[in-house]
Ligand binder design. Structure first.
Ligand code: HSE
Length: 309
């Protein structure tokens, strides 16, 4: 195999109750990367479509994560990377994660899979660090493992995949404003009360119990965030209206996707997810805000191979 094209999906991090530790993998919306082996050693980004981004491999997250992989791996070839961006940077649905995870996944395949997808997470995290200054694993873990994922301890590479109930769909609306993850992290308070700590821990535990028992009602009442959402939602136009209309149209839960500005609603069944999309659109169509909207089942596979040569 000398060339591979992969689909590297968008992801929803935090899922309201699990700041920096929970993630879920979307389908259909994502980046595509083409990676080919070259005789000449090293990494070159040859083409980027969809967004204006740097081709400098020490700046572009796909290059940064690939370099991290190659630092630990003996190889007798180099790699050319093409990035076709389907996820907009600063959208809150894991744009940097899609590119950083996609490049290491593709290179690993071309090398005959010396690493498991779980082992690739630490390399992809280096791309996240380059993008936002923090070694966050939630989006890259979801992209590489698929389904719902949990980060027990990102710095010590302890993360795993959770169970995915069959009928869940995401509706994600992305108002066309950009919020940098670093800015969205900078406004957070550094300390929480004991009471909030207890509430949030209870919600995470109950959410995971809900996933493992297909208990949609428990999932719904666990996806609550009284720590991060009140602060970040002030950056997102019409957040409260979108949330209210999503819940009144049958969403199990609605919250900020990652660091925003995208807003996600989780629901049972495509038809509810579609009703929610229509309702969300009504809110933004009363403003002059442009937006993208995605309806997606949970992608239990994660990054997908499209073609090999
Ligand atoms: N967990 C991270 C945050 C995700 O909320 O800042 C960044 O996309």
């Amino acid at each position: 195999m000398n060339e591979i094209r992969v689909f590297s999906p968008a992801t929803v991090a935090n899922l309201s109750c699990g700041f920096d530790i929970l993630g879920a993998c979307l389908d259909k919306v994502g980046d595509e990367l083409v990676v080919r082996k070259t005789k000449k050693k090293g990494i070159v980004i040859t083409k980027i479509t969809g967004q204006e981004l740097s081709k400098d491999i020490t700046v572009n997250v796909a290059g940064v994560s690939a370099l991290a992989l190659l630092r630990e791996t003996e190889v007798d070839c180099g790699f050319e990377i093409e990035i076709h961006k389907g996820v907009k940077p600063g959208s809150g649905i894991g744009s940097s994660a899609a590119s950083s995870a996609g490049s290491v996944f593709a290179i690993n395949q071309l090398l005959g899979k010396p690493y498991s997808n779980k082992e690739l997470i630490k390399f992809a995290m280096e791309g996240e660090k380059a993008a936002c200054g923090s070694l966050i694993a939630d989006n890259v873990a979801a992209a590489l493992l698929g389904g719902f994922t949990f980060v027990k301890d990102g710095l010590n590479h302890d993360y795993f995949k959770l169970c995915t109930p069959p009928e869940l769909f995401f509706t994600v609306i992305h108002p066309q404003i950009e919020i940098k993850t670093s800015d969205s992290r900078a406004i957070l308070v550094k300390e929480v009360s004991l009471e909030k700590m207890t509430e949030q821990s209870a919600n995470i535990g109950a959410f995971i119990a809900g996933l493992y028992t297909d208990n949609y009602e428990l999932i719904a009442r666990s996806m609550v965030d009284s720590v991060i959402e009140p602060l970040r939602s002030t950056l997102i136009p019409k957040f409260n209206d979108i949330k209210e209309i999503s819940l009144s149209n049958g969403a199990l839960a609605c919250g900020i996707s990652g660091s925003g500005p995208s807003i996600f609603a989780l629901s049972k069944g495509f038809s509810t997810a579609n009703d929610i999309a229509l309702a969300m659109k009504k809110v933004y169509s009363k403003t002059d805000l442009e937006y993208d909207i995605h309806i997606s089942p949970i992608n239990d596979e994660g990054i997908k191979i499209i073609k090999v040569k």
